[in-house]
Design a protein around this ligand. Structure first.
Ligand SMILES: [Fe+2]
Ligand SMILES: [Fe+2]
Length: 399
């Protein structure tokens, strides 16, 4: 049987950016590695980090949700004391004695290899996949250095990809300057804004505490989705004259109960008499919103009734719902990381023009999808559709 080939992308991820994703995908797409570990460095071994290790871990985990082949690892973060690559390679060799290891490096990183601790051992333990990088080094110096390291036993393969142009330091500079930022995923931009990392002003007083709880309560995809819904709810709120702070809070917390076991959801629903509808009590998709509002109140300390209403009806909507609730319901269905569905592009375009018409189209799409599959459509969704159709904003459509 062929040896398993494991890629290693080790970095500070301060923050994780799209250049990291680009490197990882190039290594996987090249067929050189079967899977890829994303390993944030411990603080002590690397150049000083700006964000704390647990924030860098959350950012790496969130970044990895963009590609199922990426596996975040706490191998270095959890190691007591300094963590060097040689120790990581030795640990991986113990865990996967038959695997072949490949470290990913930017071309600029390859120029610094000589400074690595116990280099001869590192060169024996792994091969290197090198990603081209724009403008940082002279091609002549680079090729001479690789030739010298190869003579020492190093094994290097250049990856075919567009040269990297994004760097963590460049992104931090853009963030602290307050301008537009290139190279960050949508959820990570929100993570940084909420927490006020890298010189940005923190946007939400309780963001740190809520993010901690949500990260523990949700799977990584749901966590990334919650960040995206927070950002998109805020965007829609600003567009339609709704309070952006309330929209962002409701968006962040809207799925806080989504990953609870059904028995826990039913227990909370019974304790607070949230519903006695047996169909709702059997369905995660229907129950998590009602329970979510209760959990937001009890465990996250959310007391704003408008925010709680937006959480409780973010999936079905409700006849007479507030425009705040409409922003969250719509953001949930069209935030940028959402997998595609038939009407998604149309709803997104419409969402920039009319809140009511976009939400109507989105709910009609849900209704058609559910009916086509012979599934149960909650009456509240149909009532919301009928109510939206009665509004002047949708009745004037097409005139
Ligand atoms: Fe939800
Ligand atoms: Fe959601």
């Amino acid at each position: 049987m062929a040896k398993e080939r494991i890629g290693i992308l080790g970095a500070a991820f301060d923050p994780f950016h799209q250049g990291h994703l680009q490197m990882a995908r190039a290594a996987l797409d090249s067929g050189r590695v079967d899977r890829l570990l994303v390993i944030p460095s411990a603080d002590e071994a690397y150049k000083p980090c700006i964000a704390g290790r647990e924030d860098r871990w959350k950012m790496a985990v969130t970044g990895c949700t963009q590609d199922d082949r990426l596996i975040p690892s706490r191998l270095e973060i959890d190691r007591p004391g300094p963590a060097y690559t040689v120790d990581t390679l030795l640990a991986l060799k113990r865990e996967y004695p038959k695997a072949e290891l490949f470290c990913l490096l930017g071309a600029d990183g390859a120029m610094k290899l000589r400074g690595w601790r116990r280099l001869p051992e590192v060169l024996r333990l792994c091969s290197f996949l090198v990603c081209p990088r724009v403008g940082k080094i002279s091609p002549g110096d680079f090729h001479r250095e690789l030739a010298d390291l190869t003579a020492l036993g190093g094994r290097f393969l250049m990856l075919t990809m567009e040269p990297l142009t994004v760097s963590s330091s460049g992104i931090r500079d853009q963030l602290s300057a307050g301008g537009s930022v290139q190279g960050l995923s949508y959820p990570l931009r929100e993570f940084i804004a909420l927490k006020g990392l890298y010189g940005t002003a923190p946007r939400m007083a309780r963001a740190g505490e809520w993010i901690e709880k949500l990260f523990a309560a949700l799977n990584p995809r749901r966590f990334a989705h919650s960040l995206s819904v927070a950002a998109y709810s805020r965007h829609l709120a600003r567009l339609y004259g709704v309070d952006p702070r309330q929209a962002e809070e409701a968006g962040l917390l809207h799925d806080c109960a989504k990953c609870l076991p059904m028995k826990d959801m039913r227990r909370i629903a019974a304790a607070h008499s949230l519903t006695d509808d047996p169909t709702v009590l059997e369905s995660n998709a229907l129950l998590h919103s009602l329970v979510g509002a209760q959990v937001a109140r009890d465990e996250y300390g959310m007391e704003d009734p408008a925010v709680l209403e937006a959480i409780a009806y973010h999936n079905t909507g409700r006849a007479g719902m507030s425009r705040l609730a409409m922003c969250v319901c719509l953001a949930d269905s069209i935030e940028p990381t959402r997998p595609g569905y038939p009407l998604l592009d149309q709803v997104r375009v419409l969402s920039e023009l009319s809140l009511e018409r976009a939400l109507l189209l989105s709910l009609e799409g849900t209704s058609a999808y559910v009916r086509q599959r012979g599934k149960y459509l909650h009456p509240r969704t149909q009532e919301t559709i009928d109510w939206l159709k009665s509004l002047p904003e949708t009745r004037s459509a097409g005139k």
